[in-house]
Design a protein around this ligand. Structure first.
Ligand code: HEC
Ligand code: HEC
Length: 202
């Protein structure tokens, strides 16, 4: 009798854990249809999300779900591209707390791959100097350290970074108080130099 019970119960557990894994895979496939295979974007307006620290990634998804981050409308880039354009806020609205934690953890395990892109060589030195003085404390190793509880800046796409800076500077995107102090002190040419310095790290 006991043996029968065990036999009955075991496959049920096996089924549930398999379903959990598949759900995460299905979710990630949906993300990758905009963010690129394994979270590495080949589209300049979409950030690479592979390798971002799990906490920072989950925090961004919670904020998109609460519509505390600005969301722009985006087409699906691959997979079924006939799907209607959507926003990160709408995508995050479909996610449970567990989904968000699992996605943050899973993408943190994947390797960040720097974007191969053109940049202005003449701006790199000035950008590096500003970064080292103002930003490296939190975005260490030139903004490339995946262990930092902050997004990865080095090797991110220029167009995405331009949008990101603009959102902070306009106040549309909330930011760490200490970062805000540094950000608000930057001139337009400082911002440009920083972005090209980050893009130079390939
Ligand atoms: C329809 C396209 C699309 C889909 C689907 C999508 N994203 Fe995004 N995602 C974007 C765009 C575009 C941005 C840039 C911000 C913006 O424009 O709203 C972004 C931004 C992000 C950011 C912010 C990165 C940062 O460093 O601040 C994270 C994290 C993110 N997406 C994770 C995900 C995850 C996880 C999924 C799947 C559950 C997903 N995205 C699905 C298009 C998409
Ligand atoms: C006190 C710590 C701190 C300092 C100093 C700081 N940052 Fe940040 N930064 C963060 C954190 C944490 C995040 C994660 C997302 C958020 O909180 O908005 C972030 C995110 C960012 C992003 C968004 C990346 C993305 O994927 O969208 C940019 C761009 C950025 N920082 C640029 C800078 C620059 C440039 C400086 C220096 C002028 C700077 N930060 C200084 C903590 C800091």
């Amino acid at each position: 009798m006991k043996l029968h019970k065990t036999l009955l119960v075991l496959p049920v557990f096996a089924f549930f854990s398999a379903a959990g894994a598949t759900d995460l895979e299905v979710l990630m496939k949906g993300c990758d249809d905009c963010h690129g295979k394994n979270g590495v974007s080949q589209w300049t307006d979409v950030p690479t999300i592979a390798g971002i620290d799990a906490f920072t990634h989950a925090d961004a998804l919670f904020m998109f779900r609460d519509e505390d981050l600005p969301c722009s409308e985006s087409e699906y880039r691959q997979g079924d591209t006939s799907r209607a354009a959507t926003t990160m806020c709408a995508v995050a609205a479909e996610l449970s707390d567990d989904d968000i934690e699992a996605l943050g953890d899973a993408y943190a395990e994947l390797p960040f791959v720097a974007a191969v892109q053109d940049f202005d060589v003449a701006l790199v030195e000035a950008g590096a100097a500003i970064h080292d003085k103002q930003c490296d404390k939190c975005h260490s190793d030139g903004g490339s350290n995946v262990e930092d509880e902050a997004s990865i800046l080095a090797g991110q796409w220029i167009a995405y970074m331009e949008a990101s800076f603009a959102n902070y500077l306009s106040g549309d995107r909330p930011q760490d108080k200490k970062m805000e102090e540094k950000m608000s002190a930057l001139s337009e040419s400082d911002v440009k130099a920083l972005i090209h310095y980050y893009a130079s790290q390939q």
